[in-house]
Design a protein around this ligand. Structure first.
Ligand code: AP5
Ligand code: MG
Length: 221
């Protein structure tokens, strides 16, 4: 069998999925596949998919499954995903999880599902202080992980901006949507013995350290 490695990072908005996915990407040489980033990329390039996604993202609602699943399938067909990928923000409901199982079945299925836990209050603090690089997508926090020069990315000197859906009101709805639609995946992956819980309230480096230990235990890294 052509075995591949697929990590699914689960957690509330702001838990640190993107931050940890970027670190794993560098460490493991597997691409980060973030559905949120892919939608934002489409929006930046004014595609019809981007326009459609924006109408949902602005409200903190999920983009329809057919569109999202097809987008992930296309992304995983690209050359850099030949050994697998780190999924960040997908799957996000049971329909997507079942579709992802089908997609990955020929390659041995999902390898591991790290669940990064965090309180809603802390998630809100993290999201409202977040800044993102317009060109490379690197993630910062004005207090917890500031760039060396304010408003400028350390990696590629790109401009840092605040996401449109990071207003307090939209974050509240994103949290609601998470508990209603995404949190059932915790039971789904627990039953498959793929779930591993991590305390997302620790520092970025500590969470990364725990993630690395986990991969070593599973003999993945
Ligand atoms: P998406 O882009 O996936 O957003 P999200 O799930 O709401 O998650 P976030 O990106 O807000 O948080 P994160 O966990 O990545 O945290 P981060 O690392 O940035 O989705 C956006 C929208 O797109 C959705 O609402 C939906 O409309 C649509 N969408 C996406 N996927 C979809 C799907 N599958 N189906 C349908 N629709 C979909 O960290 C947050 C902040 O905290 C940063 O500032 C960071 O620097 C800081 N930080 C991180 N870790 C720590 C730490 N340990 N200590 C201190 N600070 C930290
Ligand atoms: Mg993210």
């Amino acid at each position: 069998m052509d075995r591949r490695t697929f990590f699914v990072l689960l957690g509330v908005p702001g838990a640190g999925k993107g931050t940890q996915a970027k670190m794993l990407e560098e460490h493991l040489g597997l691409p980060q596949v973030s559905t949120g980033d892919l939608f934002r990329y489409n929006l930046k390039n004014s595609t019809s998919l981007g326009q459609l996604a924006k109408s949902y993202m602005d409200k903190g609602e999920l983009v329809p499954d057919e569109v999202t699943i097809q987008m992930v399938e296309d992304r995983l067909g690209m050359d850099d995903a030949a050994r697998g990928a780190i999924l960040d923000g997908f799957p996000r409901n049971l329909m997507q999880a079942e579709a992802f199982d089908e997609m990955t079945a020929p390659f041995g299925g999902v390898s591991l599902v790290p669940l990064i836990t965090l309180s809603d209050e802390e998630a809100m603090r993290r999201i409202t202080g977040r800044r993102v690089c317009r060109s490379c997508g690197a993630v910062y926090h004005i207090e917890f992980n500031p760039p060396s020069r304010e408003g400028i990315c350390d990696r590629d000197a790109g401009e840092l901006y605040q996401r449109d859906d990071d207003s307090e009101e939209t974050v509240r709805n994103r949290l609601y949507v998470y508990y209603k639609q995404t949190s059932p995946l915790i039971g789904y992956y627990y039953a498959k013995k793929l779930l591993a819980e991590l305390d997302g309230g620790l520092s970025i480096e500590q969470v990364q350290g725990r993630l690395m230990e986990l991969l070593a235990e599973k003999e993945i890294a």
